[in-house]
Design a protein around this ligand. Structure first.
Ligand SMILES: Cc1cc2nc3c(=O)[nH]c(=O)nc-3n(C[C@H](O)[C@H](O)[C@H](O)COP(=O)(O)OP(=O)(O)OC[C@H]3O[C@@H](n4cnc5c(N)ncnc54)[C@H](O)[C@@H]3O)c2cc1C
Length: 396
């Protein structure tokens, strides 16, 4: 049986493990910590509709709305259909609103224009000077629940999911990658998938080649009030402090974009927290005085673009390393939590194409196993799930 190794147990890695195992490939996934311990467990958890990117990156937005619809169908309790609002405040440019609305309509993302009264009826915590709002089909996804049920699905198809197992070396024979090394010894494979996101450059260097990532760090502040129902965005180009995501009766305020050399650099400072609270105050008056539950950072697995990261492409890239003299080895970088299934499909199509396996993708039509209550707790324990985002995403 064909054996593939997937390095990295974030959303992308578990998605690849599920997809390949459904196509009959024998899969071993190796994660250095717990599942979702990287960027996946340190995100806002927005199930993007694509509205945030529609005017600046229509291709990425089209991926988001397609995957948004699929995950609503298959991901069950991992997704909450909150809806989202792009809110125009007096400081926000007038033309941005209509540009976003038109771009969404072009892409088939449903939008509803709300006057100030209707916007405040829907979200009473919005400020009295709100000028208008655009309702879009954003949602919220629990990163922990998503990785746990996806890994569970892969395991039911025969995949082995090994947490707390860092890959320490990549084995090369001539011009082929033939396996990896961990503390438990050497493991050989017909194909090795590098799904380590912001850490992808480190794994590639173990194979003796180079991949220069452009990771940027984003900070988030979770506060325990006010109680909002929808994902709230400012109606302007993506910028610091322009998003508030509902959770358990409070909100997660995000985010920032700071280039980092080391993807393990997830520290933040008081000034950043103050800035996020200050920006949040414009969208939700009083939020800056709310009790802070937690502060955390995640590092975006960006590749290409300039170093400030705001202009780096948010789409994903599949990098087959054959031309660099390392066949049987690819890296999947960039993308979003929302598009992880599509990324996994692209990877699995590629791997199956190389290995001569003629099986179609089925991950878009097969529901993920349900995981609520004690079942979810059990999976979290088995897969060591528990990133900082997950502590905030207990759905009501
Ligand atoms: C601040 C912030 C907010 C975000 N908000 C959203 C959002 O609201 N919605 C959205 O759709 N996307 C969001 N994103 C993007 C999204 O979180 C990421 O694109 C996605 O989670 C990346 O998943 P991944 O599996 O590719 O990478 P990761 O989740 O980082 O997984 C890579 C894994 O590889 C492991 N690894 C590293 N080295 C090794 C090794 N040597 N051996 C074994 N394992 C190793 C790591 O521990 C990690 O678990 C956000 C990102 C950030 C930074």
């Amino acid at each position: 049986m064909t054996h593939a190794i997937v390095i990295g147990g974030g959303a992308t890695g578990v998605g690849v493990a599920r997809d390949l195992s459904l196509r009959g490939v024998d899969v071993t996934l190796l994660e250095r910590g717990g599942l979702g311990a990287g960027t996946t467990g340190r995100s806002h958890g927005v199930l993007h509709s694509g509205a945030r990117y529609a005017a600046v990156d229509p291709e990425g937005a089209a991926d988001c709305i397609r995957e948004n619809r699929i995950l609503r169908e298959i991901a069950g309790t991992a997704v909450s259909e909150t809806g989202g609002l792009f809110v125009q405040l007096p400081d926000d440019p007038n033309d941005a609103f209509e540009r976003r609305a038109a771009a969404c309509e072009e892409l088939g993302i449903s939008v509803e224009r709300l006057d100030p009264k209707t916007a405040r009826e829907r979200e009473p915590e919005l400020p009295s000077d709100v000028e208008r709002a655009l309702a879009v089909p954003d949602g919220v996804v629990s990163p922990g629940r998503l990785v746990a049920v996806t890994a569970d699905a892969a395991r039911r198809n025969g995949a082995r999911i090994r947490t707390d197992t860092p890959v320490t070396d990549v084995l090369v024979d001539g011009d082929r990658v033939v396996g990896v090394e961990t503390a438990d010894g050497r493991l050989r494979a017909d194909y090795v998938v590098n799904a380590t996101g912001a850490w992808a450059g480190e794994i590639v260097s173990l194979a003796g080649i180079e991949l220069r990532m452009a990771p940027t760090k984003g900070a988030m502040v979770a506060v325990s009030e006010p109680d909002v129902g929808s994902v709230l965005n400012r109606s302007r180009r993506p910028s610091d402090g322009d998003i508030a995501v509902p959770y358990r009766g409070g909100v997660v305020l995000g985010t920032t974009s700071t280039p980092v050399e080391d993807p393990d650099d997830v520290a933040t400072d008081g000034a950043t927290v103050e800035r996020l609270l200050g920006e949040g105050e414009a969208l939700l008056p009083g939020v800056a005085e709310a009790p802070i539950d937690r502060v955390y950072c995640g590092v975006r697995p960006l590749y290409g673009g300039d170093r400030d990261g705001r202009s780096a492409p948010r789409g994903f890239r599949l990098l087959d390393h054959t031309e660099e003299g390392r066949s049987g080895f690819l890296s999947i970088v960039g993308g979003k939590l929302t598009t992880h299934r599509l990324m996994a499909e692209a990877v699995s199509d590629h791997v199956c194409g190389v290995l001569g396996i003629d099986e179609p993708c089925r991950t878009h039509e097969i529901p993920l196993p349900a995981a609520e209550g004690t079942r979810f707790d059990e999976l979290c324990e088995q897969f060591d799930v528990g990133g900082p985002a997950d502590e905030t995403f207990t759905f009501r």
